[in-house]
Design a protein. Structure first.
Lengths: 167, 179
């Protein structure tokens, strides 16, 4: 178990484009475990991406099944994703997002309503899943991190919540 | 550091923001929170500003003379200590949309339901849209529901108002997704 420190903007790691994982050694396993541990430790989080821990490899984890909003919807539970890629997207929805790396700010972001994402899981098995709603939003948000994008880069309207988010 | 609230309003045209912020920059002011928008044909700016060298508004109110000369109205409010700090509001953010035929008292009646229950309105804007002969009033309001108030309660109060005012009202949770 290793809970890591979640980096906060302006840490430079958050604006880097991450490199695909090519060597599937122990360090990848360790990274996924750190991501899961840190996400769980940060009680309110439903996902986290490697660069948020300062690791510039394409890996992220998502689990909406424990959150108030996410558990009401169909979801895939804990997803551990290596080299994830969105291969199909449809529809759009506006959602107000917040991010552990950008505290005290939320913004309205336009995301695809449903997506198909493919990735290698923790056992290096290729997975292709179709998902929608909260889980799809969480995946899009985390995958943006792998390209150095924060939700601030995607805010689609100026209505922003200037108040501290509920912990 | 002493903070001031600066309000500027005038007929909208390109260049107002640069004109105002150039002055502030030249005089060494910092802009903290600000909100600027077009209301009808007017452009309005509200800014919280501070300057380490300045502690009273008399020290700088003259700097804005040139703005007044270009038909902008300027108002400066001296904040009490801590007045620049955002309060930590706890609760659930909720969004209320109200729209329908224009009539007096729409904003007041909705705001009263919330105010009477000590519910804080965090954002509000209204617009008159559509036909001049049959204008439609649109109001969008964000409020922070403190513990003990639920979305369902707000819906109930608003349903009553809906009948009374004969307007459409919808209420929904604005919970941000924590990612």
């Amino acid at each position: 178990m290793a809970v890591r420190k979640v980096l906060i903007y302006p840490d430079v790691h958050l604006k880097e484009i991450c490199a695909p994982v090519v060597n599937f050694d122990e360090s990848v396993e360790q990274l996924l475990q750190d991501l899961v541990d840190t996400m769980v430790d940060a009680g309110h989080s439903v996902g986290i991406a490697a660069p948020q821990l300062g690791n510039l490899r394409r890996a992220a984890v998502v689990d909406v099944s424990k959150s108030k909003l996410g558990k009401k919807q169909r979801n895939h539970g804990l997803l551990q994703m290596i080299n994830p890629e969105i291969v199909e997207k449809a529809g759009s929805q506006i959602v107000r997002e917040g991010c552990m790396s950008v505290p005290d700010y939320t913004g309205n972001v336009t995301r695809s309503e449903s997506i198909v994402v493919q990735f290698l899981d923790q056992k290096q098995q290729l997975k292709v899943i179709r998902t929608e709603g909260f889980e799809a939003i969480a995946i899009q948000h985390e995958l943006d991190h792998l390209d150095g994008l924060l939700f601030l880069d995607r805010v689609s309207s100026l209505k922003t919540d200037l108040f501290r988010r509920k912990k | 550091m002493q903070h001031f609230a600066l309000t500027i309003i005038g007929r909208d045209r390109p260049g107002i923001v640069s004109q105002v912020t150039e002055l502030l920059y030249r005089d060494g002011f910092n802009i903290a929170d600000s909100s600027c928008s077009i209301l009808g044909g007017q452009f309005s700016m509200i800014l919280l500003i501070s300057n380490p060298e300045i502690s009273t508004k008399e020290q700088f109110s003259n700097s804005f003379k040139s703005l007044e000369e270009t038909n902008l109205s300027v108002y400066i409010r001296t904040l009490k200590p801590g007045g620049e700090i955002r309060p930590e509001l706890e609760g659930e953010l909720c969004m209320i949309s109200v729209y329908g035929a224009d009539k007096p008292g729409i904003v007041y009646q909705v705001a009263k339901e919330l105010g009477d229950r000590n519910i804080n309105i965090t954002d509000l804007n209204t617009k008159l849209i559509g036909d001049k002969l049959k204008p439609v009033y649109v109001m969008m309001l964000e409020a922070m529901l403190p513990e003990g108030s639920e979305i369902e309660d707000v819906e109930e109060w608003m349903n009553e108002l809906k009948k009374k005012l004969r307007v459409d009202i919808s209420v929904r949770s604005l919970a941000a997704m924590e990612l």
